[in-house]
Design a binder for this molecule. Sequence first.
Ligand SMILES: [Zn+2]
Length: 138
Amino acid sequence: MTRPIVPASLPQLAASDVRLLWVNDWYDVPREAVVEHAGRRCLLRLEDPSALDGSRDVRWVVYPLDPSQLREHTRWHEEYALHVGTHWCFHDEPHETFAEQEDEERQPERFMATHRNRTPVPLAALRPVAWLDALPLR
Ligand SMILES: [Zn+2]
C-alpha cells in the first residue's frame, strides 16, 4: 500500500502540536481544516480519504499557508460563518468582518452557490511540512 502524499522524511506531530481554528470540510472526520502550528496558520488535510475504510491509519498533512492563501481561506471561512453558521469555529478570536447575526439573516444557499464556483487554493502550491494521525482538539 503506497502513501501518496506524505514523504517519509516529514516529522510526525502530536495532536497537541497543533491548535484547531476552524474546519473547512467535515465528513466523518475533518477532511480539511485550518490550524495553528509553531505560530503559523496552516492547512490540515486528510491525506487519503480511502483510509477511512479502516484498511490503514488515517493521517492528516500540515501545509503552511502563505499570507495570500491564508487570506483566501479566512475569507471563505468568514463567509461560511456569516451565512451558514459558526458551528465549525474553534478559534477564540472574533471574526473580523462581521458581527454575529441572527439565524434568519443567514443565506446559506447564497454561500453554497458562490463557494461551489470558487477557485480553490491549489494543493500543488502547498508544501507539506509534517503529518499527524491524531486529531487536534482545539
Ligand atoms: Zn470562525
